[in-house]
Ligand binder design. Sequence first.
Ligand SMILES: [Zn+2]
Length: 82
Amino acid sequence: MGVYKFRGHACPMCNSGNTSIRTSNKITPAYQVLYYDCNNENCLTRFTANLTTGHVIHTLFEEKANPQPQENSPENQLAFNL
Ligand SMILES: [Zn+2]
């Protein structure tokens, strides 16, 4: 098995894939805004990307066996240390 090498969302200025997620802002359970930094030292652009849940391809989830958790988490800011 190969090692998965993370490549970030392409920088809109220099088009580099060498970007890092600095933080994210969860707007709804299915919609987050991700804050990226470009790691190209000649660019260093900071930009956002929107992440939305697409459709479910496959699931073993059963509604009755796994009731939906309540939306009571006070934490809607997630910090990433990459
Ligand atoms: Zn860049």
